[in-house]
Design a protein around this ligand. Structure first.
Ligand code: SF4
Ligand code: FES
Length: 200
């Protein structure tokens, strides 16, 4: 079947996600809570696009292609909404990256720059305070102040990562050191390096 993205006709298959189709055709769509091949739920809303067929704004990471759909990924409206999503995430995030955070590996920082998102547009509804990173096990660390609650670690770890609370109080809770196995891939898919590997 066929769909159109930015007025360009593209051949697609049943079951494909919009974001995968776009990326495979070189169409850039930012994504924080999505990593190819991993379980995820749409939570960050930076991957939004406009479905011109239904006149709706939709997350491209969870939307499956349907025959004849027409999608816009690059209008000013779409870009403005992505910027707003980023600014909401930034409002609940420490403003200054600190070692060993590598800005080149932080997708939030990369997109914030690309979409001219302001760190202080919605300052500051939450009470996140700079705290010391938590040593988990071996070289494995967790910095709660960098976590954007995307859920990738929660949905993909076999070790019992969970969320507690809701809203601004929502936090990732890690299992105790005695039961955790260090899943290095979690540090790779964590979009902000809240989970990271570093020597003691
Ligand atoms: S620790 Fe990383 S992967 Fe886990 S919820 Fe936070 S930002 Fe997402
Ligand atoms: S990447 Fe789609 S909602 Fe986060």
């Amino acid at each position: 079947m066929k769909i159109k993205i930015n007025n360009k006709e593209i051949e697609v298959f049943v079951g494909e996600k919009l974001i995968e189709v776009a990326h495979s055709h070189g169409i850039e769509i930012p994504a924080l809570c999505y990593a190819p091949g991993y379980q995820h739920q749409a939570s960050c809303m930076v991957c939004v696009v406009k479905n011109l067929t239904t006149n709706q704004i939709i997350p491209s990471c969870t939307t499956l292609v349907t025959e004849g759909m027409e999608i816009d990924t690059e209008s000013e409206e779409v870009k403005r909404l992505r910027t707003m999503s980023l600014e909401l995430l930034l409002s609940d995030h420490i403003a200054v990256c600190r070692p060993p955070c590598n800005p080149k590996k932080c997708k939030l920082q990369k997109y914030a720059v690309a979409y001219h998102a302001k760190w202080n547009r919605y300052l500051r509804y939450s009470a996140i305070k700079a705290t010391h990173p938590q040593h988990i096990k071996g070289n494995f660390w967790f910095d709660v102040t960098k976590c954007i609650r995307c859920g990738l670690c929660v949905y993909n770890s076999k070790d019992g990562f969970t969320f507690k609370d809701r809203g601004f109080g929502m936090q990732v809770v890690l299992p105790t050191e005695s039961v955790i196995n260090v899943d290095e891939f979690l540090c790779e898919i964590c979009p902000t390096q809240a989970l990271y590997l570093s020597e003691l």
